[in-house]
Design a protein around this ligand. Structure first.
Ligand SMILES: [Zn+2]
Length: 211
């Protein structure tokens, strides 16, 4: 075990205890780049967190600490096991399929229109719910890091500040309305004031720029 994976193991163990999760399986995923992932496997009960290999470039970075805390927060808040968003997304998918079928089989004209409307409402509602879980995970990540004796708000804000620089313009210009993540600017605003968006977000002892 090298120093970055040893640091990651210690960090995840500390945050898992703070989140009161009975178990946690963490894996390093090169394909995630500088992102992280919270999920589960049908064959295993342990919550799963994937860490992009690029996040391990600096085991002391706010990017790594913030991402790990954020994904563990998703598990602690029950977002991964909630069935509401997947159900809405299934409704959206099936209503879209139904609308396409209704255009090629004999059916009243209003049927595909109603199905398209149902699909749109279900999709937008699912996206809105996903964005709400992102705000909640950020806030809980701050609480978990604080409970671990770390400067939670500063770490999460530093992580988001790095994301802010790379956010695509199309997303800021309205793409977020159908996206699963809120605008980074909005997430930052929830954590602290945008007026302070500069070096003071770099937590003492945590280097930024890991990704
Ligand atoms: Zn998230």
């Amino acid at each position: 075990m090298n120093s970055s994976t040893a640091g990651l193991a210690e960090l995840t163990a500390t945050l898992r205890r703070a989140a009161r999760l009975p178990g946690l399986l963490v894996y390093i995923a090169p394909e995630l780049g500088d992102n992280a992932y919270a999920g589960s496997r049908p064959c295993g009960p342990a919550p799963l967190v994937g860490i992009g290999a690029d996040l391990l470039d600096d085991s002391r970075s706010a990017a790594l600490h913030g991402a790990v805390a954020h994904e563990i927060a998703h598990h602690a808040l029950g977002h991964v096991t909630s069935l509401v968003v997947p159900a809405l997304e299934r409704v959206a998918a099936w209503a879209t399929v139904g609308a396409m079928l209704a255009t090629i089989v004999p059916a009243p004209r209003w049927v595909p229109l109603v199905l398209v409307a149902v699909a749109a409402v279900a999709y937008v509602t699912a996206a809105w719910r996903r964005r709400a879980t992102e705000y909640a995970a950020d806030a809980h990540a701050v609480a978990l890091l604080d409970a671990a004796g770390l400067p939670g708000a500063a770490i999460v804000a530093a992580m988001l500040t790095e994301d802010f620089a790379t956010e695509p313009r199309w997303y800021a210009r309205g793409g977020w309305l159908i996206g699963s993540h809120p605008l980074t600017r909005s997430r930052l605003r929830r954590i602290t004031s945008l007026d302070q968006l500069t070096p003071q977000f770099t937590a003492p002892g945590f280097a930024g720029g890991a990704r």
